[in-house]
Design a binder for this molecule. Structure first.
Ligand code: FAD
Length: 476
């Protein structure tokens, strides 16, 4: 980096230190580029500070708490009636995890020669960025830039988020108390994950979803498993229902007025309302017009397989680009953009983006669902293998769930692998690798899987599609 009269010069500027931005910066450092990473809040972005990590820490704690009554049958006796969940303690634990991970990201950036600048970045032109650093203003001149400024929760104006009664996903993860009742507007993955966690902690949860089912992004028969568990937990799921108004009452609750064709207008009161109906990209306040970078009508930055924008030297990655807003997609794009900038042959050319939903049961998948495969003209075969026939699942009291494989009927090429049940989030890794390697059902079924483990469900599901599973009776 050379200090000039007007601007600090660097090979690459990265705007945003989330999982996309910091992965890009570290890879650029590894490849010998001078790189300045600008972050206005905390390294790790939404994922580490307000999203993936804190939400999974809450889901885990709520799951452990909710499991307590189940351990009596395993011979563990506790005064269960004395078990309580203490939210302020959880907050402390959560903050310590975040601090540890945040420190790790700082260390990795430093070790890779990345200069981290705390401030708010704005493009001044197509080769300059200005950074507001709490009173001071610094200018950087770059050869390449990567926009990784992420996204923020979308809360429509009429819901008037106040952070106390009407909350977004960031607010709810900072609460110091478990609310008695919670209405969640939006039954997508964040809404259902949060709803189930609070339900397990004893909150009366109502989910309001405009579509005709919750988790509308995943296959119907997978979503149904979550829906069944939600009902067992006592959650109320109001589908095909729209919220019309939300009013904070004098006694500090929120009255929602909702409408559905079936029920007409209904009103109910909850202590808190969480709005999880989508996110919007942070592309409106970073001066993209000065850099002549085009955004689409929804504010996303279109990119090609190299993550290049319409300006060949400016790249965009993660939640600011069209597509699924997931941390692993952002990180992959970050590495690709960095490698392309460093002159390597790299591309984000795979359509395989796994998804994981940390509900009860967990749901995860990669590749096509049965419906998608048929719509794409494949002649398919599919099979499921139940957790109930897997020894490890039963030995850990997790017998609810199944693994599903979908293959091309003739070649047995794996087209999709989906899993509903305990630890689906970890088990889907095998599916991603299998599909990336263009594996066939035979590859999975002939691979020795360790016993007793949940991973055997893949081997058995693949064998089942070929008609020779051992632990279920095969269809003739
Ligand atoms: P972000 O993580 O949004 O980071 C962008 C960074 O840019 C931020 O730190 C921001 O402060 C900074 N920034 C913005 N503007 C500027 C500026 N002008 N100057 C300087 N800095 C700026 N994904 C998963 O894959 N799995 C999950 O389980 C999961 N769970 C989630 C749970 C919740 C509750 C939420 C909200 C999200 C979850 N996500 C999950 C989504 C995931 O967090 C995002 O997809 C991911 O963080 C996107 O990464 P990113 O690098 O594109 O941007």
């Amino acid at each position: 980096m050379v200090v000039g009269e007007v601007a600090v010069e660097t090979d690459v500027i990265v705007i945003g230190g989330g999982p996309g931005g910091y992965a890009a910066a570290i890879r650029l450092g590894q490849l010998g580029k001078s790189v300045v990473l600008i972050e206005k809040e905390e390294l790790g972005g939404v994922c580490l500070n307000k999203g993936c990590i804190p939400s999974k820490a809450l889901i885990h704690a709520a799951g452990e708490f909710h499991k307590l009554p189940r351990i009596a049958k395993m011979g563990i006796r506790l005064p269960l009636e004395e078990a309580t969940f203490h939210m302020p303690e959880w907050q402390k634990w959560k903050s310590s995890l975040i601090a540890q991970l945040n420190k790790g990201v700082h260390y990795l950036c430093e070790a890779s020669g990345v200069t981290v600048v705390r401030g708010t970045a704005t493009f001044l032109s197509s080769d300059r960025i200005g950074v507001e650093t709490g009173g001071d203003f610094e200018t950087f001149k770059f050869e390449n830039a990567i926009v990784a400024s992420g996204s923020r929760p979308f809360v429509p104006g009429f819901l008037e988020r106040d952070g106390t009664y009407i909350l977004d996903s960031t607010d709810i993860l900072q609460m110091e108390e478990v609310p008695d009742s919670l209405a969640i507007i939006g039954g997508g993955y964040i809404g259902m994950e949060m709803g189930m966690a609070f339900s397990k902690l004893g909150t009366k949860v109502t989910v309001i979803e405009a579509a005709d089912r919750v988790l509308p992004q995943i296959a119907v028969h997978h979503a149904q498993e979550v829906q069944k568990e939600a009902k067992k937990l006592g959650m109320v799921l109001k589908t095909s229902t729209k919220v019309e108004t939300a009013t904070v009452t004098e006694n500090g609750q929120v009255e929602l007025c909702v409408y559905s064709e079936k029920q007409g207008e209904e009103r109910f009161v909850h202590d808190k309302v969480l709005v999880t109906i989508g996110r919007i990209p942070n592309t409106d306040a970073i001066g993209l017009a000065q850099a002549k970078v085009i955004v689409d009508e929804r504010g996303y930055i279109p990119v090609d397989q190299s993550c290049r924008t319409n300006q060949a030297h400016i790249f965009a990655i993660g939640d600011v680009t069209p597509g699924t807003a997931l941390a692993h997609r952002a990180a992959k794009q970050g590495v690709v953009a960095a490698e392309v900038i460093a002159g390597l042959s790299s591309a984000n050319d795979s359509t395989l983006i796994p998804y994981v939903i940390f509900t009860e049961p967990q749901v995860a998948g990669v590749g096509l669902t049965k419906e998608e495969a048929m719509q794409q003209g494949y002649n398919i075969k599919s099979a499921t293998f139940p957790y109930g026939a897997n020894g490890r699942a039963l030995a850990t009291d997790e017998g609810n769930g199944f693994a599903e494989v979908i293959v091309d009927a003739e070649s047995h090429l794996l087209l999709g692998m989906h899993i509903v049940g305990s630890d689906a989030s970890n088990l889907i890794g095998e599916g991603v690798l299998a599909l990336e390697m263009a594996a066939r059902a035979e590859d999975l079924s002939m691979t020795m899987h360790p016993h007793p483990t949940l991973s055997e469900v893949w081997m058995e599901a693949a064998a089942s599609v070929l008609g020779h599973a051992i632990h279920v009776v095969n269809k003739k």
